[in-house]
Write a protein that binds this ligand. Structure first.
Ligand code: F6P
Length: 364
């Protein structure tokens, strides 16, 4: 039987644990099936600009603990809406047909797309256009439909928690309200988990728009009780009731250009005005995406990688490998592409946090 040739790309924002997936895919493909693995560079951009290399067993040896992705990534390279600038004019072009031709030239039996909602949505479109594709869920935001968890999330929670712990001690010393802004555009998973892990007094997530007067009341009540500091953990995508998110910048050359950030500063100024207490804001930003993955993410990435090869071996294309409870399971990319996995307002961790006196800035 002809040995399969497969290709792998990593798209969208990077996160800790990607290299564990690449390593597992390449090692299992070579060791168990004698497959050839081609690494596409810089996400879908590599398929537009023909940037790729064959990955040997040695190429992936020693990368398990490394942050980032050895293949490079891009979140500006959606082949269906690729930004092209000609004579100073920028327009979005559909280059999908030329990408499909390039994939055919590579003569591969499957394209593995490791990415978040954007990358997996594009993967689904390519599958519908006839490319055999398998998806692997990657994002610190943990907001991919069809899986209980994505790798990168655990590392981001660990980093955010450590940051909040450090801010905690200086909040106590200076009797300040410290606001820590973490990532999470539409879903507040990182804020919820790191907020609970670090004993945050107030946790503000996109799914529960907050009432500034309730946030201020909580801070003042703590002060009255002699707790002269407060810790507020806020997701970048959080917004006040009746208000909107804060856009930090519009990315260049991107089909999804909105970059959020700055809600922590807005909240700080408003709280200071209402409570007359000094506030400081810290934005965790890309620190949450950098450095070595936690052991959990190394293990999860390794398992997702090996299960990916099983799906390819069985030719179960058009699926993502996901986690349901304690099992790995295939999920159709069609379902994955359907939207964002938000934090349900009755999530058990929200309930527990409320029982501990944590405020979510709402009147419940
Ligand atoms: O999706 C992951 C994420 O880290 C978001 O939480 C954040 O809003 C975004 O990526 C930032 O993207 P960039 O690296 O382009 O600034």
């Amino acid at each position: 039987m002809r040995k399969k040739r497969i290709a792998i790309l990593t798209g969208g924002g990077d996160c800790p644990g990607i290299n564990s997936v690449i390593r597992a895919v390449v090692k299992k493909a070579i060791l168990e099936h004698g497959m050839t693995v081609i690494g596409i560079e810089d996400g879908f951009e590599g398929l537009i600009l023909d940037k790729y290399k064959t990955l040997s067993y040695e190429d992936v040896s020693g990368i398990l603990t490394l942050g980032g992705t050895i293949l490079g990534t891009s979140n500006r390279a959606n082949p269906y809406k690729y930004s092209v600038t000609k004579s100073g004019k920028t327009e979005l072009k559909d280059l999908s047909k030329s990408v499909i031709r390039n994939i055919k030239k590579l003569n591969v039996d499957c394209l593995i797309c490791v990415g978040g909602d954007g990358t997996l949505g594009i993967a689904n479109r390519f599958f519908n256009d006839g490319v055999p594709v398998i998806g692997v869920p990657k994002t610190i935001d943990n907001d991919i439909k069809g899986t209980d968890i994505s790798f990168g999330f655990d590392s981001a929670v660990q980093i955010a928690t450590e940051g909040i712990d450090r801010v905690h001690t200086t909040a106590q010393s200076h009797h300040r309200v410290m606001i820590i802004e973490v990532m999470g555009r539409r879903a507040g998973w990182i804020a919820l988990y790191s907020g609970v892990a670090s004993g945050g007094d107030i946790i503000l997530i996109p799914e529960i728009p907050y009432d500034i007067s309730i946030v201020a009341k909580k801070v003042k009540e703590r002060n009255k009780k002699g707790k002269r500091f407060s810790i507020v953990v806020i997701a970048e995508g959080a917004r006040p009731q009746g208000g909107d998110v804060i856009v930090q910048r519009m990315g260049k050359d991107s089909s999804a250009p909105v970059r959020l950030g700055g809600i922590g500063f807005v909240l700080g100024e408003e709280l200071e005005k209402i409570t007359d207490l000094e506030t400081r804001t810290v934005v965790m930003g890309h620190l949450q995406r950098g450095g070595a993955p936690t052991p959990f993410d190394r293990i999860l990435g390794s398992q997702l990688g090996t299960h990916t090869i099983d799906l390819i071996h069985n030719e179960e294309f058009g699926n993502m490998i996901g986690v349901k409870g304690n099992n790995f399971t295939k999920v159709s990319l069609e379902l994955v592409a359907k939207g964002t996995r938000l934090v349900p307002s009755n999530h058990m961790l929200i309930k527990s946090a409320r029982s501990l006196g944590t405020s979510f800035g709402d009147s419940v």
